[in-house]
Design a protein around this ligand. Sequence first.
Ligand SMILES: [Mg+2]
Length: 264
Amino acid sequence: MRQAIILGLGLQLSDDAEKDIRQLDFPELYRAGYRGAVFDKDNCLTLPHQDTLVPELKEAWEECKQTFGRDNVLIVSNSAGSRLDGGEIEAESVSYHLNAPVLRHLAYKPSYSCIAAIRAYFSSLPTPVPDEQLIVVGDRLLTDVIMANRMARQRPAQRPPHASKERDTLASEQGVRQAGVSETVMQRVGPLTVWTDGVWERDSPIFRVVERRMLKAVERWWVSGDGIVPGVQNVQRFMRNIPQEVPLKEEALWLRAWNSFRRS
Ligand SMILES: [Mg+2]
């Protein structure tokens, strides 16, 4: 099972990862400075077109809301709360069953209009949450992950003091530093994106094949040999190891027939 945690254009991949939000360490995310979460609904929290939480996720979902606060956890779906949801009936139902707000939006993920609606929501909270303090969790690369990537922006990097001192020393030794010329290093910041690769019910198989091929291409271009893009924080600390259920070995048909024959 593979899960990708993506920050901006960087990826960190793990082949032995779990497949859903149970693997996320929400208290550790909070300690790292994250203050809110955007969740996809279908095949991430619920079965497609269902309004109730997948029972296996109950504990993780409650922990998430306790960690960030109920209102800081927003469900953004291209079904519930979207223009497909006439009368917002599905949004009301999902919000009731999952006890969390559901974004009402006219434009689908990953549009900039949808991003604007998400930002408006988190800006309206008593303690506003900027993009870089959000995690965005979803199971689709072409909607959830691309949207989170679009929320990233460039800003001047804050270099640690020792780094700039070393750099200045090196520059003066080489005689290349010119008075009055300052160098600004830009840094990409944005939400932490979590792609949950496991699906609770098969849907859109062709799209998923396309997405997997895209991911392969991105891996080839962006990920270094150890699976980590230089400059991207190590996000393994946010992932929990969940004991894997050992599947029961299914008895072969011929063996069952043979045993049945012996017992008879
Ligand atoms: Mg989904």
